[in-house]
Design a protein around this ligand. Structure first.
Ligand SMILES: NC(=O)CC[C@H](N)C(=O)O
Length: 193
């Protein structure tokens, strides 16, 4: 399986390492043409507004939307989750607008800028170490969305068909189980295609 990591900004190398750790091939995606060779794509954490500017500058927006619309799996973490969402609270426009959720940016507030906790993630782990950094969370999920994890009542991991999103950063710990879950999604989609 070839899994791309959008390499415009953010936690790129860490994701590539985790992809390789679960036995898939990681490709750092810097040009639109590279999307054609991928089975799945990761949108890393970073800063969603900065990433959007680069997406526009390198003319990625429509190609990323088409990638998702073609049924290819996309995994967005943190800022990547914001990029994937159909709706962003208190904002008129979204970015890729693919996943049927409403997200709130920087939603944990200033006092808890960053923190680590252990989460139960459906189908993945009972005790997943989750690192949150100025994280968003999902405030509303459409009927087709499966909530995979909540932290004190906030949705922090969810799946909408071939889209997966987490508010936290799975690439920052040595635990590869969530990436293993995504690679299984990619394999399933590749069989169907
Ligand atoms: N660690 C992150 O990816 C933070 C996301 C960032 N707060 C944003 O709004 O894009």
């Amino acid at each position: 399986m070839k899994i791309g990591v959008l390499a415009l900004q953010g936690a790129v190398v860490e994701h590539a390492r985790t992809v390789e750790a679960v036995g898939a091939e990681a490709i750092l995606v810097k040009r639109v043409e590279q999307l054609a060779e991928l089975d799945g794509l990761i949108l890393p954490g970073g800063e969603s507004t900065a990433m959007r500017r680069l997406i526009d500058r390198y003319d990625f927006l429509e190609s990323l939307r088409a990638f998702g619309a073609a049924g290819k799996p996309i995994f967005g973490t943190c800022a990547g989750m914001i990029l994937l969402a159909k709706r962003i609270n208190n904002q008129q426009t979204s970015h890729l607008g693919l996943m049927d959720v409403t997200v709130e940016r920087n939603a944990f507030g200033r006092q808890v800028d960053s923190f680590e906790t252990e989460l139960e993630i459906k189908g993945v782990a009972q005790d997943f170490p989750a690192v949150f950094i100025r994280a968003p969370y999902i405030i509303e999920a459409g009927p087709g969305v499966e909530v995979l994890s909540e932290d004190t009542g906030r949705i922090v991991a969810a799946r909408d068909g071939h889209y997966l999103a987490t508010a936290f950063h799975p690439e920052l710990t040595a635990d590869t189980r969530l990436m293993g879950y995504f690679v299984e999604m990619v394999k399933e989609a590749a069989v169907k295609a």
